[in-house]
Ligand binder design. Structure first.
Ligand code: RB5
Length: 143
């Protein structure tokens, strides 16, 4: 599984922390930017990550902006993306188990570094439960 990361300037610092963490854990990670704290537009990075994840099987995305809100909205505009904004561990687990999220969003000005790592780990460690949840996801994806 490949993990694509993307952020604007508001999520840059947390993205760097998560990138480090994931590499140390042995994941295959690619950082699609931004690469500094200079001001950029979050839709560019949410859409960039979303497009890659929607095309590449067995890939997931983790996107970051100040709140996680803008970049999650942007990623969700890409057909095939199910992006969940997560600011707690339980939501991250459920995003995988029930919603089969293929992208999660975190807020760099909302979520601390340690909690951010726990959220990411919870999401990666869970499995989609299938069953009735497949029907519900299909309704969204077929819209
Ligand atoms: C940038 O200042 C900020 O608006 C952005 O990072 C994000 O929080 C938008 O939702």
């Amino acid at each position: 599984m490949k993990i694509y990361l993307g952020s604007d300037h508001g999520g840059f610092e947390l993205k760097e922390v998560i990138e480090d963490y994931l590499k140390k854990e042995g994941y295959n990670v690619e950082d699609l930017g931004t690469h500094s704290e200079d001001s950029v537009d979050y839709p560019d990075f949410g859409i960039k990550v979303g497009e890659v994840v929607a095309k590449e099987e067995d890939s997931i995305g983790i996107v970051f902006c100040g709140t996680g809100i803008g970049i999650s909205i942007a990623a969700n505009k890409v057909k095939g993306v199910r992006c969940a904004l997560c600011s707690d561990v339980f939501s991250a687990e459920m995003a995988k188990k029930h919603n089969k999220a293929n992208v999660i969003a975190l807020g760099g000005r909302v979520t601390g570094k340690d909690l951010g790592k726990r959220i990411v780990k919870a999401f990666l460690d869970e499995k989609f439960e299938g069953g009735r949840h497949t029907r519900r996801i299909d309704k969204i994806m077929n819209y």
